[in-house]
Design a protein around this ligand. Structure first.
Ligand SMILES: NC(=O)c1ccc[n+]([C@@H]2O[C@H](COP(=O)([O-])OP(=O)(O)OC[C@H]3O[C@@H](n4cnc5c(N)ncnc54)[C@H](OP(=O)(O)O)[C@@H]3O)[C@@H](O)[C@H]2O)c1
Length: 263
C-alpha cells in the first residue's frame, strides 16, 4: 500500500518505538493520529510530525470505543502500544494480568475490527501489529508478555487471510532488544556481550517496508538472535535450555525489576 497521502493511527505514539514509527510515516508522507495517555509526550511528537493527538487509555473500554469512532477514516492502523508484563506470573495480581491482556491484545483486536471494517468497505487499508521476538520464543519471566505477543502473531495470520480479498493488508513486526529509547532501554537492563540490539528507527523502517510490500512478518534483530528464534520454533524445549545457559534468567530478572512501574 502507498503510504504517501494515507492517514495512519499510531497507538503508543508517546513511547520510544511509537514516536520513531510516527516520524518514519510522516517522512514518507502520511497524515497522523497519535494516541497514548501521556499528553506532553504526544504533543512533542505532534510538533515534529504535524499529527493530531487523541488521548486514550487502551485499558478503558469506553475510551477505546471513542478512539475507534474517532479513527474510522484511517487507512493505516499501527497497533504498537504495549506494556512489558515482565516477571513470573505469580508476581502479578489478577488485575495486572487483565490490564496486560486488555492493552496488549484486546485493544489491537478491537481496533482491527472497528477500523478494518471501514478499510474493507473502502477496499484499501493496512494493519500492522508490533509484537516482539518474545512473540515467537518464550524465556523465563515472559509468560504473560509472550501470551499477548504470540497472540498477536496468531491473530494477524488469520486476519491477513480473512482480509486478503478486501484489499486490506496485515503484517506483524517482531523487534528484538531495542536500544536508545523504549521499554527495554528504560529498564536499564544489561545484556550479555553476544546479544546485539537495534534502534527504534530500524523498527520504523521495517514497519514502512511491511506496509509498502505487504509483508506478513518482519523480524528486527541481528542474525544471531533471529537464528536462535528460528531454532526455537523447531525445538522449543531445547532452545529454552540453551537460552537459559546463555544468561536469560539474569536478563529477565533485570527486566522484571526495571519494568515493574509499567505494569
Ligand atoms: N523496546 C523494545 O526493546 C521492544 C522489543 C520488542 C517489542 N516491543 C514492543 O514495541 C511496542 C512499543 O514499545 P516501546 O519500547 O516503545 O515502549 P514504551 O516506550 O514503554 O512505549 C509504550 C507505549 O505504549 C503506550 N501504552 C502503554 N499502556 C497504555 C495504555 N493503558 N493506554 C494507552 N497506551 C498505552 C504508552 O503510552 P502512554 O505512556 O502515553 O500511556 C507508550 O506510548 C510495544 O508493543 C512493545 O511490546 C518493544
Amino acid at each position: 500500500m502507498e503510504i504517501r497521502g494515507a492517514t495512519a493511527l499510531v497507538t503508543g505514539a508517546s513511547g520510544g518505538i511509537g514516536a520513531a514509527i510516527a516520524e518514519g510515516l510522516h517522512r514518507r508522507g502520511a497524515a497522523l493520529r497519535l494516541t497514548g495517555r501521556n499528553e506532553a509526550q504526544l504533543e512533542a511528537v505532534a510538533a515534529r510530525t504535524g499529527g493530531e493527538v487523541i488521548i486514550c487509555d487502551l485499558g478503558d473500554r469506553d475510551q477505546l470505543d471513542e478512539l475507534a469512532a474517532a479513527s474510522h477514516d484511517c487507512d493505516i492502523l499501527i497497533a504498537n502500544a504495549g506494556l512489558p508484563g515482565s516477571g513470573p506470573l505469580l508476581d502479578f495480581s489478577p488485575e495486572e494480568i487483565d490490564h496486560a491482556l486488555d492493552v496488549n491484545l484486546r485493544a489491537p483486536i478491537q481496533l482491527s475490527r472497528a477500523l478494518g471494517a471501514e478499510m474493507a468497505g473502502r477496499g484499501r487499508g493496512h494493519i500492522i501489529f508490533i509484537s516482539s521476538l518474545l512473540g515467537k520464543i518464550a524465556t523465563p519471566g515472559s509468560s504473560l508478555y509472550s501470551a499477548t505477543k504470540f497472540g498477536l502473531r496468531g491473530f494477524a495470520a488469520g486476519l491477513r487471510a480473512d482480509m486478503a480479498a478486501s484489499g486490506v493488508g496485515v503484517g506483524v513486526v517482531f523487534p528484538g532488544f531495542i536500544r536508545d529509547a523504549g521499554m527495554f532501554h528504560d529498564s536499564g537492563t544489561r545484556l550479555p556481550s553476544w546479544v546485539g540490539t537495534n534502534t527504534p528507527d530500524e523498527v520504523a523502517d521495517a514497519v514502512c517496508r511491511a506496509i509498502s510490500d505487504n509483508r506478513a512478518e518482519t523480524d528486527v534483530a541481528p542474525v544471531m538472535i533471529r537464528s536462535t528464534v528460528w531454532a526455537a520454533g523447531a525445538a522449543p524445549g531445547l532452545a529454552t535450555r540453551v537460552i537459559d545457559r546463555l544468561g536469560a534468567s539474569s536478563v529477565s530478572s533485570q527486566l522484571a525489576r526495571g519494568q515493574r512501574d509499567k505494569r
